[in-house]
Design a protein around this ligand. Structure first.
Ligand code: HEM
Length: 170
């Protein structure tokens, strides 16, 4: 029990909760709300619904990005700064995850924002949500890999060293 790191526990839980809400929300938008609204509504009410949803969803997306950045940084500092782990192969995989995460953050922000520079991207919302979800799938695969390569080489805080008794006894 004394080996439990409360900060890591909370940070990991918030990280995963933010992933569930933001990526789950994007999947709901792409596969249920967008096609459903398009099928059921005329153009004018459809556009009004899109704008109302965009406004509300923008708050969740921005809070989710902030939470992922803060909790991700805490996770990294607690789990993955050498000498706790071997930098190779963890850090290159983490670099790929971070690049993909910035891609997700950029697409998500552009879709809920109002900048004229991204108006074309918003007109192709379905395609860009597909790209976002594909990147999110890659990130989730890479995160699972990170956890495994860290586990294989680490003496990290969540994997305590064996005690003397454990080492000596057969
Ligand atoms: C769309 C963005 C992101 C997604 C979908 C995502 C997803 C995940 C998932 C599913 C885990 C596994 C949790 C676990 O097994 O404990 C995880 C862990 C982690 N994430 Fe993220 N994450 C994202 C963004 C970030 C960012 C921006 C950072 C860094 C600033 C970050 C840093 C970490 C770290 C260090 C871990 C622990 C990996 C390990 O077990 O060694 N994540 N993330």
């Amino acid at each position: 029990m004394e080996n439990i790191n409360i900060l890591l526990w909370i940070s990991r839980s918030l990280h995963i909760a933010a992933v569930i809400v933001t990526i789950g929300g994007a999947a709901f938008l792409r596969f249920a709300l967008l096609p459903g609204a398009k099928q059921a509504l005329e153009e004018e009410p459809h556009q009004r619904l899109r704008e109302a949803v965009r406004k509300r969803w923008a708050h969740i997306v921005r809070a989710g990005i902030a939470l992922l950045l803060v909790t991700g940084t805490i996770n990294f500092i607690i789990l993955a700064v050498p000498p706790k782990i071997d930098a190779i192969p963890y850090h290159p995989i983490f670099g790929m995850k971070l690049l993909a995460a910035f891609g997700v953050f950029m697409i998500a922000s552009a879709l809920v924002g109002k900048s004229p520079a991204f108006a074309k991207l918003r007109r192709n919302e379905r395609t860009w949500l597909n790209v976002l979800l594909a990147l999110a799938a890659v990130i989730i695969l890479l995160s699972g890999l990170l956890s495994q390569v860290r586990g294989a080489h680490s003496t990290a805080v969540d994997r305590p060293e064996p005690t003397t008794t454990e080492v000596v006894s057969p």
